[in-house]
Ligand binder design. Sequence first.
Ligand SMILES: C[S@@+](CC[C@H](N)C(=O)[O-])C[C@H]1O[C@@H](n2cnc3c(N)ncnc32)[C@H](O)[C@@H]1O
Length: 266
Amino acid sequence: MIDRFNSLIHPGTMTSEVSTLYRIMNAVENNIGGGEGVEGLYGSITGASMERVLRSMETLTGLHTKQQPTVLMDVGSGLCRPLIHALVTGRASSCTGVEVDSIKCVKAEAFSTQVKRRIVKKGMNFKSDWDMDIVCSGIESLGTLNPVTHVYSFWEGVPVDARLGLGRLFKESRTALSICVVQRAMRHDSPAEVMDEEYGFGPLQLLDSFRVSMSGSGRSFMAYVFIKDRTPRNLIQSMFVRPESTKRLRDEGKEEKQQEANKRKP
Ligand SMILES: C[S@@+](CC[C@H](N)C(=O)[O-])C[C@H]1O[C@@H](n2cnc3c(N)ncnc32)[C@H](O)[C@@H]1O
């Protein structure tokens, strides 16, 4: 399964290392008695699926960029498995998890410490000095998302009030640029409209969508990667790192400049 995503692995990160990370995380999860708490559902997508999510956010929304620090938030972070994956593979400068269930918050601290210890002990080629905060709260009670730039949420089992709260915060945020939600397939023709009309995210543009699998059960979900529709062009340009993306943007920029120059001609 992992091999299918070989081309999607970030340069310098070996596929086998990502699968070793997931073996470590599974062992530590067993050690701490599983990821369940007292509220909400629990579950993560597989390592290969998460790799694809990170790769998509990296390529299309500048999640990993040297030009600007990026802050990734997982809304409903559970044990923080997705955040640890992003941090050790260098996809985000810092990460924040928001989790409503206090038991999961305590478990997540122990989980992260033990995973870090095992990574160091194995001498893996991963970042182990990561910077991750866990906010133990319902997302709807937060005052702001700033300075978060990117949001991930596997929001199966996350109630509508929480989605509305996230939508409001995302729309209001000066820094939040992109969001990936993992959920059951949206039947609506325009997932961006659903995000705005049902949850109040404001105008979004859908950049990518693909099938992902849940770890353990193998249940199928969809990942939807969005960007704010009115993101200033210079901000997008400074965050995009992939040649194919920057080339497209550069070409569009040239066209715009040409049109402006033509307008100015007497
Ligand atoms: C499907 S799990 C995803 C866990 C984690 N993101 C992962 O992928 O491994 C959804 C998580 O959202 C949490 N949750 C539910 N309602 C929430 C809320 N209002 N605010 C923050 N977290 C919430 C649940 O407790 C659960 O841990």
